[in-house]
Design a protein around this ligand. Structure first.
Ligand code: GDP
Length: 142
């Protein structure tokens, strides 16, 4: 198995519902190590840049407005098969379709306010980690 890094974001609904600890505990319990983490509030520009690939989608404005509506926790997760493992732990985008015990089943309110983000490929993970973190802020063990 390959050691990988991926980006997770605890979105404003989960942060405001006091589920930061529950989500971090789940990652650690699944052998995904926290290599970097910060709680912040995204500016409109930063959120738009992050979701640039969705710019033409009808929900883009709603997505940016939600992601800037409260605190987010930006997390670099490190572990074996981290990208896919995090996607499995998160569950489907729409919580109505998410499997039992996934983070979105447990903590999402709707398809928009869906509790967590997770990179969808190694290439996205690399881009997304570099978008939010300087190299010296990430502690890697491999
Ligand atoms: P993900 O990789 O599972 O996060 O899903 P996508 O890359 O398809 O979408 C990115 C994010 O856009 C999702 O996590 C949702 O927060 C948001 N999103 C996706 N579809 C919708 C929608 O139909 N309505 C709204 N409001 N937000 C959506």
């Amino acid at each position: 198995m390959k050691m990988e890094r991926t980006l997770s974001i605890i979105k404003p609904n989960a942060a405001l519902d006091n589920n930061i600890g529950n989500i971090v505990k789940r990652f650690e319990g699944e052998n995904l190590r926290i290599a970097a983490m910060k709680l912040t509030v995204l500016s409109k520009e930063k959120a738009e840049g992050f979701y640039i690939e969705h710019k033409e989608r009808p929900f883009f404005g709603e997505l940016v407005s939600f992601m800037t509506s409260g605190p987010v926790v930006l997390i670099v997760l490190e572990g074996e098969n981290a990208v896919e493992k995090n996607r499995e732990i998160m569950g489907a985008t729409n919580p109505a379709e998410a499997a039992e015990n996934t983070l979105r089943k447990l903590y999402a309110k709707s398809i928009g306010e869906n509790a967590v983000h997770g990179s969808d490929s190694l290439a996205s993970a690399d881009r997304e980690i570099n978008y939010f973190f300087d190299k010296n802020e990430v502690f890697s063990r491999f």
